[in-house]
Structure formats: structure tokens, C-alpha cells
Design a protein around this ligand. Structure first.
Ligand code: PLP
Length: 398
């Protein structure tokens, strides 16, 4: 009998992968599956990145490299993010990571003491809750309020959640799973709270560049916030590189130095030759990056229109991310179902349409009465979206 350390009981997981396994098993039994469950892309990584990585590989960039990333990547990312965020970052503000996800745990390790409280979005990316609790902190959820054409931050729950023990705030703007982005004024209001309560902020910007119109604005633009905020940056989504594993932590030098020290202890360095590919992706021709966005936008429009045509389902159409978060309260009631997993499985087994639900994005809060599911359209082509939607509509309206 192996005795596992007590702290592992506090470690959460990403249950969306379990949904993916279930869908794969269903498909292996000869069933057609329409995969809306994972935020992965079925689109090719731009050739700039592939060729840049390949060249570096051929040149023998296969040994260890600096713990915080090669200087060329740190410089290119600092320049890129400074321009898009209207903030003056230098290479010393950037630490490369094997993906965006490691920034979450490292930010928490660097700044949170056991017993500290951390505000985090719920529904939200489940790794926040997992890493806060695993590292001995107290995870304090805040929510979103569904509006006509967006989800807004629930400032009541944020303000209610702040105590003398609150140390960190996690913001995910543009958000998974809701697709929400902060309204004008929300950043100002948050920055005011951060100043008043002396908090540090993680702004998870995994989807910052995944937008179809307009310009993303970062929380770090707020006066004084760049000094107390770490950005989670990732190549995963913008460059369709989920499996390559490259991202970065970007923020104040004293925090980035600590994160680089954690890198030494964890993985030594991020993949060496891929960092050259990433530089080529950042500074090279952006045609293929734009094509990824154009494809996603087309999928979004088809999916949103189809979902909104189904009785009992309504979704707003976010301008960013590659998720829709429809309200399915009525559709579930029409089937006589109140349980998320029962609904999800019934839809999978009757139609092949596979999605995640509110349950996969943090512990549901007691006061929640509306029901939501998440559709990711990053891994499914338009024809399949249409086919899946037709089956879904027939089932939900039957
Ligand atoms: N943050 C959010 C909100 C995400 O949705 C994801 C991935 O789905 C990540 C971070 C981590 O992405 P990665 O580690 O692939 O960069």
C-alpha cells in the first residue's frame, strides 16, 4: 500500500480531460463524436514557428539554455507585450515557461504564504483553485453576472471576498469559460481595490490575442498596476502551439527573479529550440496567425447562430476567446433534468455532441440557479459544427 503525501489531497485537476477521455471512449465504440470539450486547436502552427524551431534544432540548440529563457525570446516578448500593453517592459521582466499554466503555480508560490486568501474567478480555469489550495492558501471565489451581451465581473462578490488576509487577486481577462472581457471602467474599479487593499495580481491573458474585432486592453495599463501584476502569457492559443509547451511570466523584476529561481528547481529551462521558433513567430510574417483567427471567427458565428436557434438555449457572442458559454437552464428543464452530468451524458449518448459544463470550471457556488455549459470551437471544423448542431437541436427540441 503506497502512502501518498497529505498535501496531494488538496491538489485539484482539470476535469475537462476526463470529458475528453469519455468522448474518445464513446468514439472508439463506433459512435460519431462532435468535440466541443477541449480548448485545443485542430489548426496548424504557423510555418514561421515550425521553420524557426527546425532551423534551431538543426543548428544544435538542444542543450540547456538560461533558466528564464534565451535573451532573444525575452527581448522579443518584452517588445511585443510593451507595444500591445502600453507598458515599458524589458527582457528582465520576462521569464520563459513551459506553457502558460506554470505561471499560475509559480506566481502563487512566489507571493502567497500558507493561510493567505486569494480571490479567483469561479467559473474559471480550475487550476487556480487547485494551486491555491495545494500551496496552503484559502481560495475565495468571485463570480460573473450574465448581461445582455457579456458577462460582467461580480464586484459584490469581489468586495465581499476581501478580508485583512487577502493577498492576491487572479483576473482572467479575456475569460475561460465565459468569453467575458472587462467592460470599460472595470479595470479602474479593480485597480482601486488592489491599491486600497495592497494586493498583488495575476492577470491570465491566455486569450489576449484571440480576439476578432477591436483591441484587447490589459489590466497592467492601470496606473501603478504593472508594479504589482504578473501577466500569464502563452504561445499555446495565438500560435496554435498547445502541445509545444511555451509561455512566459511577465511582470516586476523582483517577482520574475523569484519565478526564474523556481524554474531552476522545476524544469531547469523551457525547451531550447522552440524558443527560437517562438521568436520567429513573434517577429515574422503574421499572415498565418491572422488566418487562425479568421477561421475561429467563422466557427464562432456558425456555432452561436446555431445555438441561439435551439429552444431553451441562449448565448451571447463574445468578441474574444474560442468559447461560448450558453445558458441552458430551460433546455435542461425541458428534458426534466437538473443535474449537469446527467444532461451532458444524455446529449453525448443521443447526439455525439461533447461539451463541458459549469462543473468543470471550479466548485459551483450554493446560490447559483442558472445552468451553463461551455462549447469550445477551436478543435472542430465548420461542417462538423453544423452537423452536430442539427443533432443537438433535434434532441433538445424533441
Ligand atoms: N489560462 C487559461 C484561462 C486557459 O484556458 C489555459 C488553457 O486552456 C491556460 C491558462 C494554460 O494554457 P497553456 O498552459 O497551454 O499555455
Amino acid at each position: 500500500m503506497v502512502t501518498i503525501a497529505d498535501r496531494i489531497a488538496r491538489l485539484g485537476t482539470e476535469t475537462a480531460f476526463a470529458v475528453s477521455n469519455e468522448a474518445n471512449t464513446f468514439a472508439a465504440q463506433g459512435n460519431k463524436v462532435y468535440p466541443f470539450h477541449l480548448g485545443d486547436l485542430n489548426l496548424a502552427t504557423p510555418s514561421t514557428v515550425v521553420e524557426g524551431s527546425w532551423k534551431a534544432l538543426q543548428e544544435g540548440k538542444t542543450g540547456y539554455c538560461p533558466n528564464a529563457g534565451i535573451p532573444q525570446l525575452r527581448e522579443a516578448l518584452a517588445a511585443d507585450v510593451s507595444a500591445s500593453h502600453r507598458v515599458g517592459y524589458g527582457p528582465e521582466n520576462v521569464a520563459a515557461q513551459p506553457g502558460g499554466k506554470p505561471t499560475i503555480g509559480k506566481f502563487i508560490l512566489a507571493l502567497m504564504n500558507p493561510g493567505d486568501e486569494v480571490l479567483y474567478p469561479n467559473p474559471g480555469y480550475p487550476i487556480y483553485e487547485s494551486q491555491i489550495e495545494f500551496n496552503g492558501g484559502i481560495a475565495v471565489p468571485y463570480g460573473y453576472v450574465e448581461g445582455e451581451d457579456n458577462f460582467g465581473l461580480d464586484f459584490d462578490s469581489i468586495e465581499r471576498g476581501i478580508t485583512s488576509k487577502t493577498r492576491l487577486l487572479i483576473l482572467n481577462d479575456l475569460q475561460n469559460p465565459t468569453g467575458a472581457e472587462c467592460f470599460p471602467g472595470e479595470h479602474e474599479r479593480l485597480a482601486d481595490l488592489v491599491r486600497r487593499h495592497d494586493l498583488y495580481v495575476l492577470t491570465d491573458e491566455a486569450y489576449f490575442d484571440m480576439r476578432y474585432e477591436g483591441t484587447s486592453r490589459s489590466f497592467v495599463e492601470q496606473p501603478g498596476m504593472a508594479e504589482r501584476t504578473v501577466i500569464l502569457y502563452t504561445f499555446s492559443k495565438k500560435f496554435a502551439m498547445t502541445g509545444w509547451r511555451l509561455g512566459a511570466s511577465i511582470g516586476p523584476k523582483p517577482i520574475i527573479d523569484v519565478i526564474a529561481k523556481i524554474n531552476v528547481n522545476d524544469e531547469s529551462c523551457s525547451n531550447h529550440f522552440i524558443q527560437y521558433g517562438a521568436v520567429a513567430g513573434l517577429v515574422g510574417d503574421q499572415t498565418e496567425v491572422k488566418a487562425i483567427l479568421a477561421t475561429l471567427q467563422e466557427r464562432r458565428d456558425v456555432l452561436a447562430e446555431g445555438l441561439n436557434s435551439i429552444a431553451g438555449v441562449r448565448t451571447y457572442v463574445p468578441n474574444a476567446t474560442f468559447y461560448l458559454y450558453p445558458n441552458v437552464t430551460e433546455a435542461m428543464a425541458n428534458l426534466g433534468m437538473g443535474d449537469y452530468e446527467e444532461f451532458r451524458r444524455a446529449v453525448l449518448h443521443n447526439t455525439g455532441v461533447s461539451f463541458t459544463s459549469r462543473l468543470h470550471f471550479g466548485r459551483a457556488q450554493p446560490a447559483e440557479s442558472e445552468k451553463y455549459v461551455r462549447f469550445a470551437y477551436s478543435g472542430i471544423d465548420t461542417d462538423e459544427i453544423n452537423e452536430g448542431l442539427a443533432k443537438l437541436k433535434a434532441f433538445l427540441e424533441s
